[in-house]
Ligand binder design. Structure first.
Ligand code: TPP
Ligand code: MG
Length: 534
């Protein structure tokens, strides 16, 4: 009997692990692996590696399971590094195979060979360089576990001649199933509960790592028992609490001065699923006024270790908070003041331009509660938060450290993973250009996301930041027809400048966004926002 090849054994690993969709941009070093592709794994082409990894990231976040990526050697991995960093920071599990030149002449550094292992720095959760071809299938299994449990990209570098080598018939050196205990530690729950019980005016802060149905429900119970306001961390990648709940108090300010103002009314702050505290512009002084006690709960040890807090708890947030709810006494204080709703946006007067507020208000009126909103609209992000509350887990997704080029491919990947949910990306015109070719993949593979482009003719946020320095900006504005580019990629697109057109297009597209099997791009000409104070 002819023995199996390493390639066949690796496809069997994909099947056992449920890795049935493979996102890739191929090169010569991947040809032996990708030709004669089996029918039961779907190959998804993206036309730049940033889009390959961005789509896989959206897909992995949508499924809460590892997604599979194949990248070309040096140039492919190099192009993907920013997106791999975003995948790590957004906690997206990815199994990433990286092609390499033929082992037999690697020592001579042939054309396309790369020094790959360190190229993505320490953003991968794991990098495997199998010592023998026969170790490749087990390395892929190991990468699956590393990705699933460390939540980030795990890389396996595979020389192109490995695929045709005979596979070992020995068992893999990776467990078939890995279970991670998810119970809460009693002592930790008691410490958190007693800190809250000692408080006369507690507040909660929810972060990206609280974005799952269990943690949302646990935080709602805790907030209601304590009658405490719940803030969302600033500049987080996900929403950790239902933002239409009466106890939701808005997003925390992104600088220390205003953070002290907001949190200074409270004596104990419990942060769940976020570090204490994520900020954007630097300001002097402490995060909270003296005497305010802070506790942090996260399942990410690094997030806890870098927090400025009296107590840090590394634990699964849902289980820990559920136990705290049982232990903490109800507080009979007054409920916090309800938030003020954002100003209504009457239609602009004749001759007046649309503003992002018009677009986001019109979107809010039509957006289904289970919508997945992917945000990449830097100058309008505060306005988006004010007008589009996340109402379901995964209702808000954004690149964790602000790397542009995430929203378009991630929205396409999210829609492939969640075909029954409306997926709406709200994206700046500048941001749309970093991974614009993802529109081709969305159209080709039937990812029916809605791309709303806020076209303000430039990098408004950068212009506002330059103004705050009181100095002229070096970068020019631009006037780019994003809808024409979209059409050339096969994605239906419209350019909208009038309020009536906006309302008509949203009436047609937004309420039925869940059913879409084709993407559509709505490019809306808006005047730049004049103030940026996140
Ligand atoms: C990959 C990458 N390059 C550059 C930046 C820096 N950057 C942040 S916001 C921004 C401008 C975004 O422009 P646009 O999407 O049009 O949004 P607007 O500011 O106009 O709302 C730039 C260039 C970044 N965050 N990521
Ligand atoms: Mg812009």
């Amino acid at each position: 009997m002819k023995s199996r090849t390493v390639r066949e054994a690796t496809f069997d690993v994909f099947r056992r692990r449920g890795l049935t969709m493979l996102f890739s941009n191929p090169g010569s070093t991947e040809v032996p692996f990708l030709v004669d592709f089996p029918d039961d794994v779907q190959f998804v082409l993206a036309l730049h590696e940033g889009s390959v990894v961005g789509m896989a990231t959206g897909y992995a976040l949508g499924l809460s399971e590892p997604a599979l990526v194949v990248l070309h050697t040096l140039s492919g991995l190099g192009n993907a590094v920013g997106a791999l960093a975003t995948a790590r920071l957004n906690r997206a599990p990815l199994v990433v195979l990286v092609g390499q030149q033929d082992r037999r002449h690697l020592a001579t550094e042939p054309f396309t060979a790369g020094r790959l292992a360190a190229l993505a720095g320490d953003y991968p959760v794991w990098v495997g360089e199998p010592a023998r071809p026969q170790d490749v299938p087990a390395a892929v299994s190991r990468a699956y576990h590393e990705a699933a449990h460390e939540l980030g990209p795990a890389l396996v570098i595979v020389p192109m001649d490995d695929w045709s080598a005979p596979a070992d018939d020995r068992p893999e050196t990776a467990p078939g199933l890995v279970l991670v205990a998810s119970a809460a530690d009693e002592r930790a729950a008691q410490d958190v509960a007693s800190m809250l019980a000692s408080s006369s005016s507690p507040a909660l802060v929810a972060g990206a790592r609280a974005d799952d149905a269990g943690t949302w429900a646990a935080l709602v119970s805790l907030a209601e028992k304590l009658q405490a306001p719940v803030f969302q961390e600033s500049f987080g990648a996900r929403a950790g609490f239902p933002q239409d709940h009466p106890l939701f108090a808005g997003h925390l300010p992104a600088d220390r001065t205003r953070l002290r103002d907001v949190l200074g009314d409270h004596d104990v702050i419990l942060v769940v699923g976020a570090p204490a505290f994520r900020q954007y512009p630097y300001a002097d002084g402490p995060f909270v006024p003296d005497g305010v006690r802070v506790a942090v709960v996260s399942d990410d040890p690094a997030e806890v270790h870098r927090s400025t807090a009296e107590l840090g708890v590394v634990a699964p947030p849902a289980a820990l908070v559920e136990r705290v709810v049982q232990l903490v006494p109800a507080r009979d204080g007054d409920a916090p003041e309800p938030r003020t709703a954002p100003a209504s946006m009457p239609r602009p007067a004749r001759g007046e331009p649309l503003r992002s507020g018009h677009v986001l208000a019109a979107l809010a009126e039509r957006l289904p509660a289970d919508a997945v909103v992917v945000e990449e609209t830097p100058s309008s992000r505060p306005e988006l938060h004010a007008r589009l509350p996340a109402r379901a887990p995964l209702g808000f997704v954004s690149a964790a450290m602000g790397g542009l080029g995430f929203a378009l491919p991630a929205a396409a990947g999210l829609k492939l993973a969640l075909p029954d949910r409306p997926v709406i990306a709200v994206v700046g015109d500048g941001s749309s250009l970093y991974s614009i070719q993802a529109l081709w993949s969305a159209a080709h593979y039937g990812a029916g996301a809605v791309f709303v482009i806020l076209s303000n003719g430039g990098y408004a946020v950068m212009d506002r930041l330059a103004e705050q320095q009181g100095k002229p900006a070096a970068w020019p504005p631009f006037d780019i027809d994003v809808s024409a580019i979209a059409q050339s990629f096969g994605c239906a697109a419209r350019r909208i400048a009038e309020h009536e057109e906006l309302i008509a297009a949203f009436d047609e597209v937004i309420p039925r966004a869940a059913e879409r099997t084709e993407p559509i791009l709505l490019e809306i000409a808006v005047a730049p926002d004049e103030i940026f104070a996140p």
